[in-house]
Design a protein around this ligand. Structure first.
Ligand SMILES: Cc1ncc(COP(=O)(O)O)c(C=O)c1O
Length: 286
């Protein structure tokens, strides 16, 4: 199935979507984005993703976006497939204008989205567990904004790939490890699920929020608490969460095993709870 785009309201094959070379998303990374998973032909956790998009737009002061209209365009593009297992990528830029750093006086924001069939790159790692590396977190000070300025993430993810790993955990100068390049991080200690509290240092992951709720519902104790690099050797389990990775066990960090080096029972429980939530969603009961 060919990927389908919607560019400022016009639907077209993704391969035909063209953006100006003066677009500020291209020139400055002056843009925000979302990635949404489609299960069974419906956008999963769409309310949460659109709320986060609204927050990102507000944070970088892009106004005048009709998010209800954008969501209708998204649903129409999914239905145009028809896509069953897919991802939606949405990007809003400040628009196209002669290059100058401050906001242009007159530029219409660009509203771009596409829907693409999802081919799962994580199936094996989800089953067997993933190896990760740690890298210094050299990102900007507003990691809570889902901006397209992803160079630091790209470089760390490439380092992970070159090390034969699935993800890089980003270590801040104070020794805290908030998240990966494109995933949220959870640890398990004494049966308790731990993840960093939301702050400027991490993206408020939508899957992170879901998994915290699923842990509560399953009676698994959870606490929002920063994990530190020197504590990673003392957790019994580590796992990552994300829109495409779902719940992904981590079994090695920088070559050292986590716990007994296999996906742990709490991680497995969270994976099952996640799958159950998706099944309910696809069956239309949530
Ligand atoms: C830096 C970062 N952290 C966490 C996540 C996971 O967020 P979500 O669960 O909303 O996909 C992402 C997703 O791309 C990300 O880029």
């Amino acid at each position: 199935m060919e990927a389908i785009a919607n560019l400022n309201g016009e639907q077209m094959p993704l391969a035909e979507a063209k953006v100006s070379a003066l677009d500020r998303g291209f020139l400055f990374g002056d843009a925000v984005y979302e990635v949404i998973r489609v299960y069974g032909g419906r956008a999963w956790l769409a309310d949460q993703h659109f709320r986060r998009l609204a927050r990102s737009l507000e944070a970088i002061r892009i106004g005048g976006i009709d998010l209800d209209r954008l969501r209708r365009r998204m649903d129409e593009t999914i239905a145009a497939g028809p896509f069953r297992e897919a991802i939606v990528y949405i990007q809003i830029t400040r628009g196209s204008a002669p290059r100058s750093h401050p906001f242009p006086a007159r530029a219409a924001p660009l509203e771009f989205l596409y829907v693409q069939e999802f081919r799962d790159p994580y199936a094996e790692a989800r089953r067997d567990g993933a190896a990760v590396i740690t890298m210094p977190d050299i990102r900007w000070g507003r990691c809570d904004v889902k901006s397209t300025n992803l160079l630091a993430n790209v470089l760390a993810a490439q380092a992970a790939k070159e090390a034969g790993c699935v993800e890089a955990l980003l270590v801040r100068p104070d020794g805290s490890v908030g998240e990966g390049t494109h995933t949220s991080l959870f640890g398990v200690r004494g049966g308790m699920v731990l993840t960093a509290p939301n702050s400027n240092a991490i993206l408020p992951g939508i899957t992170r929020g879901l998994v915290l709720g699923l842990a509560k519902r399953a009676g698994v104790p959870e606490r929002e608490q920063v994990l530190r690099l020197d504590e990673l050797g003392r957790v019994s389990e580590l796992f990552l969460t994300g829109t495409t990775s779902e719940v992904l066990p981590v079994v090695r960090v920088d070559g050292r095993p986590v716990g007994d080096g296999r996906p742990g029972p709490v991680t497995r429980r969270m994976q099952e709870a996640y799958q159950e939530a998706v099944r309910e969603f696809v069956a239309g009961t949530s």
